[in-house]
Write a protein that binds this ligand. Sequence first.
Ligand SMILES: NC(=O)c1ccc[n+]([C@@H]2O[C@H](COP(=O)([O-])OP(=O)(O)OC[C@H]3O[C@@H](n4cnc5c(N)ncnc54)[C@H](OP(=O)(O)O)[C@@H]3O)[C@@H](O)[C@H]2O)c1
Ligand SMILES: *[C@@H]1O[C@H](CO)[C@@H](O)[C@H](O)[C@H]1NC(C)=O
Length: 315
Amino acid sequence: MSPSSLRTYFLVALALAPILTLLRRRTRRSFKLPRKNERILIVGASSGIGRTLAHQYAELGVKGVCVVGRRAENIADVVTECNSRKGPNTEIIGITGDFAEAADMVKIRTQLESLWGGIDTMIVAAGVSALLPLMEVAGAQPGNVGTDGIQHVVDVAALATRGNYVGPLVTAVTFIPLLQTSSPHPSILLVNSLAAVIPAPTRTIYASTKAASLLLYQALAIEHPVIAFTHVLPSTVEGDFRASAVDGGKAREADPNKTGLKRGAVARRCISAIERGEKNVFMPWTMGPGHLLYWIWPAFVEWRASAKYKFTPPR
Ligand SMILES: NC(=O)c1ccc[n+]([C@@H]2O[C@H](COP(=O)([O-])OP(=O)(O)OC[C@H]3O[C@@H](n4cnc5c(N)ncnc54)[C@H](OP(=O)(O)O)[C@@H]3O)[C@@H](O)[C@H]2O)c1
Ligand SMILES: *[C@@H]1O[C@H](CO)[C@@H](O)[C@H](O)[C@H]1NC(C)=O
């Protein structure tokens, strides 16, 4: 095939994509589980998007919401907040645990099996940030990086891998069998990031560890066609995510509370994507074409990404 006819095929596919997406949504909507029966597990619900998702599900009158995170105080607060929003038929459960620890996730599974007989929807919203250019993590002087600096990069990468890849891995392995055997319509939603598909400076470790869990779940979706997988890829969201930076870095970009997506809007979009059985969701949607643009015109996307993160390469 000549390069020009390849390009034509690509453009035709691009033009047809919205129509195909619409058709697929229509056909899958009828499989939806009634909300009053839905049992939901939210991992990473002690703050941010996961916490807002818990509030919204409590208000929607689902059967149960189980919120998980490491900070016990926050989990207790989220349970109180959800209880004040829910109706009489919704049950709220809070359990503390680390999603990268097999024993913690098995403990949660055992409790949910005995309390609810299983779950229908599993949301993985937990994650950690990393904010520095890689050579700053190494503490490198221009033209020189030593063993200690390299080792520090390895240690930081291990923390990011634990929070952004091993956690989603352990959670999936633990709960997929329960989802498949206990739900008539099992769903998994992964809150991932636009950073996983559009490269950005200062996000080398963050983006590469988020990309690992995105591909993990996208491939799992093929291995488990009975489960409806949804992957949500938001751009910057308001809140305190940057405080979790495993490299101790500070954000250089604009204040997420002023310019970022609203948590409420992201959570609403997550719920509608689950209920429609959508596979991949970009937020804002224009970043879907933006992602494709990277493969066609990388220099443009690299320039925009450098501007967003106020990055100029060291000389
Ligand atoms: N904020 C953004 O700009 C943005 C943009 C795109 C994508 N995202 C993604 O959105 C997700 C949620 O972020 P957010 O903005 O809501 O930030 P957040 O407020 O920091 O929420 C992160 C949540 O993950 C939990 N968590 C982290 N490590 C955990 C562990 N080992 N075990 C269990 N829970 C753990 C935290 O709870 P504990 O600390 O209590 O464990 C917290 O509840 C993340 O996956 C992030 O990558 C965020
Ligand atoms: C943004 O808002 C959160 C509360 O949602 C707050 O904890 C955080 O400090 C704020 N960030 C900035 C940069 O003001």
